[in-house]
Every structure is written in C-alpha cells, then in structure tokens.
Design a protein around this ligand. Structure first.
Ligand code: GDP
Ligand code: MN
Length: 378
C-alpha cells in the first residue's frame, strides 16, 4: 500500500525526524488559508502516489497569496503518471543548501532492510544508480542486531564531511530505521533530505509503502489507504479476497492456489505468451469469487483470452464451473475462455461446463498452449 507524502511525513515526524510543518488542502481557498497561516513563501505540492512530481509541474514555490491561488488551481485536477491530483500539501518553503537521498527498503536479494544514501539527491535514484553508481552507499541491516550507531554514521559520513551535519543525519537515519520497522514499511524514501544554509538537516519529501501483509498489525495505518489513488481492479480484488497482480501481457489467468498460479504464468511464457495478471482465487471455491475474478480480468482491455487452470483440492470443480457459467450470464465476456479443470468434483464440473457449451482440457500444457495459440492467432 502506497501512502501520500503528507501521511509519510506524519510517520517520520512521529519518529522524531525533522520535517517542516504542512497542511493538506483540496481547494485553492483552503490552500490560501493555510499559506496565510504559515506566512512567507510556501511550496504547493501535488499529493499523488508518484515520484517526479516536480518535473511534472506538481511542486511549485509560491511567494504571494496570488501565486498560492494560481498554483493550487493549476495543480488540483492535474494528471501526473495517470493519477488525478485531488489533494495538495501546503508547506513553508525551505532555504535549501544541499539535497541528498536517503532510502531504506526490503531488498529481495538479501531479504533484509537495506539503506541507500547518496549525496546526489533531489533527482531519481535510479538515474544516479545508472549514471554514477559509485555515488550511492549501501548498507544491509542484520535484523538480529538492528541498525547500529556506527553504521548510521558510516552512511551519514558519505553524505557530509561536516561533523555537525553528519551527526544530525546519523540520528535521522536511526529514526528512519525505527519508522521503517515499526510501521511495517517495505520502502521509505526521503528525497531530498536537505541541509539549510543555517546548518539544519530536514526531510522535505517522503515516499512510503506499507507491506499489505503487515496491515493487520497496524490497523491505524489502514485508514491511510487512498482508494482513489489505486487501480480499481486491485481494490475490487482485495474486497473479493482474491490475490491479484496486474501485469502487461494479454493472457488473463484465473487459477486456484498461488503456486499453481505461478506455474501457470511460467507455462504461458514457455509457450510464447505473456500473462496479463496473476490471480489466485484461493482455496475455497465460492462461485461468487469466480464471478468477481472474471469481472476483474475482463476489466483489463489488454486481455485477449481467459485461461482457467483449476486443480481441485479444497476447491471444488463444480463450484468453479458454476461460477464460470454464472459470470457469463451476468457479464458480457468478449475474450474466449479456455479451461482446464481436474481434481475434486471434476466430473460434476465438466458436466456443468459441457451443458453451457464449454469444453475443458485435463492437461495444463494443452490448455496453456491453446490459450497462447488464440492470442497469437489474432
Ligand atoms: P518530487 O519531484 O515528487 O520528488 O517532489 P519533491 O518534494 O522532492 O520536490 C522536487 C524538488 O522541488 C526538490 O528536489 C527541490 O529542489 C524543490 N523543492 C521542494 N520543496 C522545496 C522548498 O521548500 N524550497 C525550495 N527552494 N525548493 C523546494
Ligand atoms: Mn522527491
């Protein structure tokens, strides 16, 4: 779950990290009122789950009330990376001396929290990693010991030679680690971490993702979810209790069990196709879930064929078959559906499908090959 900058900043503040104050506005009038309350120059910032807002025109300095109004009106309603800006953050402008990058994320390779810091902040870290990888210092935290003080200093010292700045930064890095572990985050990025001319270190931007599987431990964070900011299909999948990940291909996959779903995707690739999604309908086989699954798959305009791969265990073949038939009655499904259905109540399931005019395969290879053949044919 991605959260907005203003929400991430609340979490950073709660962990002691120096972050300038700020208030969210949804209208230009509100933005002006907030700016007047702060006084002086402010920054008007689009709140969308996307980086690069500055480049897209979603971050603007405003020295006067008229400028605040102008920028607020322009930014509200703007589209950045396909997302509509509905909220803006108004925050006092900082007098920036330098901009650094400080991030921590769960690194898949080391399976542990890994810090990345760079004195080349403000810009995309991917760009720095590409053009000047030596400008990034990395540290993987051993979860048995946590982040040690000397490690925080080792990171901070790569950013600043000045001892005062390095000391403040080492503290911020420790606070960042605390924020990361205590909120179940999978990623927090401060870009930029700035120094001011007066020698202070502050976080003026924050990007953060909470691991969805951690949310049950953090009910207070669930309300941070912004449904308008995430794809409708993912919201629907979560509500229907389906594991769904959208991908870029055109073979819509509907499978029971995460392992079989992965194997199915591999096989789609093996036969020269590209999966449009990962979708696990889970162990139970409530026909309603199958209907929801088909609604989600068909909401993706790229899908050219729908591939069912059901190996019934707890999942009953007749329930899945009923779900497929029910869905075809309720929704107008354009792409052809190919089905493999074996296991528990296979016979009953195949009968239901046959009555509705479907033929099912019993081999996984055959059905996947058939699905890929259909998309490649046209
Ligand atoms: P992003 O583009 O989505 O990463 O948004 P940021 O919040 O990082 O802002 C982009 C850039 O705008 C920063 O790197 C700064 O250069 C500039 N900026 C943001 N806030 C301030 C501020 O308070 N004062 C000044 N002078 N520049 C700012
Ligand atoms: Mn930024």
């Amino acid at each position: 779950m991605n959260i907005h900058e203003y929400q991430a900043k609340d979490i950073l503040r709660a962990n002691g990290i120096p972050v300038p104050p700020g208030e969210v506005a949804t209208t230009a009038d509100q933005a002006v009122a907030v700016a007047e309350q702060f006084g002086g120059t402010v920054v008007v910032k689009a709140q969308v789950h996307s980086g690069g807002r500055g480049k897209a025109g979603g971050v603007k300095l405003a020295a006067t009330t008229a400028e605040v109004r102008e920028h607020a009106e322009n930014i509200l309603g703007m589209t950045i990376s396909g997302l509509t800006v509905e909220k803006i953050l108004v925050t006092p402008a900082e007098d920036i001396d330098t901009e650094a990058y400080v991030g921590v994320l769960i690194d898949r390779k080391s399976q542990a929290a890994t810090f990345m810091v760079s004195a080349e902040g403000g810009i995309d870290i991917e760009e720095v990693a590409h053009t000047n990888p030596d400008a990034i210092r990395k540290l993987t935290v051993d979860p048995r010991y946590g982040l040690m003080n000397h490690q925080a200093y080792w990171l901070a010292n790569s950013l600043y030679e000045n001892a005062g700045l390095a000391k403040q930064t080492a503290k911020i890095i420790r606070q960042l680690y605390a924020a990361f572990t205590s909120s179940g985050a999978s990623m927090i990025e401060i870009n930029p971490l700035i120094t001011t001319k007066s020698g202070e270190v502050k976080a003026i931007d924050a990007k953060m993702s909470i691991d969805d599987s951690e949310l049950f431990r953090h009910p207070e964070l669930v309300e941070y979810r912004d449904l308008s900011a995430e794809p409708a299909a993912e919201t629907k999948a979560r509500e229907a209790d389906l594991s769904y990940v959208k991908l870029d291909g055109n073979v819509g996959c509907c499978v029971n069990g995460a392992g079989l779903a992965m194997a199915t995707m591999d096989l789609v690739k093996y036969y020269g196709g590209e999966p449009a999604n990962f979708l696990d309908i889970g162990g139970s086989s409530n026909p309603e879930k199958v209907v929801s699954a088909l609604e989600i798959i068909t909401s993706d305009p790229n899908v050219k064929v729908i591939l069912f791969n059901i190996f019934g265990g707890i999942t009953r073949g007749d329930d899945v078959a009923r779900g497929i038939v029910e869905a075809t009655k309720r929704i107008d499904i354009k792409p052809p559906i190919v089905i493999r259905l074996t296991g528990t109540n296979e016979k009953e399931g195949l009968e239901i499908l046959a009555e509705a005019g479907f033929t099912a395969f019993s081999s996984m290879d055959e059905v996947v090959e058939q699905a890929v053949k259909i998309v490649n044919a046209g």
